[in-house]
Design a protein around this ligand. Structure first.
Ligand code: HEC
Length: 207
């Protein structure tokens, strides 16, 4: 058999396999995002993402040296912007994360930790198309490229996150008005303010 014919057969077989895998996935789960992608789908998606990242971006070096101050900045930034999907510890077990397809991976595991700094930076800046992962470059509250590089250092730190660090993050997780009011009441109580005083947000100023 000619080499070209052999190549065509191999490519055709691979495409057929792909179509069957995708069809099976749709037949099984419909278009629900509750489902979990198969290992095969994850492998294909990661390879496609890898190929779509320019080599120069993959090799980019973090311009910041790790410092305790930057790590703390990034940690609180992560609590505010990322933990809603990724959880404070990076494990991805959140209400929003659980409902996404694909789900946010556990950022502490080798699959993420083995990505280069440049790749992590690229993902944070550009997001991942067709997934819930947003692009953060120039998004409100995200202070530009340096913030993304700080986050890269923090992602490297995630496997060693301490309980004290995680508890501090909880104070920076986005909260709804009810939670804020409750917190205010607790603080008032602890600081000995008169009981029954309304939290600041509920006081109507009539001037
Ligand atoms: C709305 C939900 C959401 C938010 C908010 C979010 N992410 Fe993600 N993130 C995802 C999802 C979903 C994926 C998986 C994408 C995929 O499968 O390729 C992901 C993937 C990633 C990855 C790639 C991990 C890997 O191994 O493939 C990194 C790094 C990452 N996110 C960092 C962040 C950082 C840092 C922030 C905050 C600045 C953030 N994410 C905010 C949903 C989110």
């Amino acid at each position: 058999m000619k080499r070209r014919t052999l190549l065509i057969i191999i490519v055709a077989a691979a495409l057929f396999g792909l179509v069957v895998a995708v069809a099976a996935s749709f037949l099984h789960d419909g278009l629900s995002s509750r489902a979990t992608p198969t290992k095969f789908e994850i492998m294909l998606a990661r390879n496609a993402r890898h190929l779509a990242t320019p080599a120069s971006a993959r090799l980019a070096q973090n311009p910041l040296l790790v410092s305790a101050e930057d790590l703390r900045d990034a940690r609180l930034h992560f609590a505010d912007h990322c933990a809603i999907c990724h959880a404070n510890n990076g494990g991805g077990q959140t209400m929003i994360g659980g409902g996404l397809y694909p789900k946010p991976p556990d950022l502490r595991l080798p699959e993420t930790q083995n990505l280069t700094d440049g790749e992590l930076f690229w993902i944070i800046e550009n997001g991942v198309r067709f997934t819930g992962m947003p692009a953060f470059s120039n998004s409100g509250g995200h202070g530009g490229m340096l913030d993304s590089w700080k986050l890269v250092h923090f992602i490297r730190h995630l496997p060693h996150l301490t309980a004290t660090e995680r508890i501090e993050m909880e104070r920076y997780n986005p909260k709804g008005p009810d939670e804020r009011a409750e917190e205010q009441q607790e603080n008032d109580f602890l600081s000995g303010a008169a009981p029954g005083r309304k939290p600041e947000s509920q006081v109507h100023h009539q001037e």
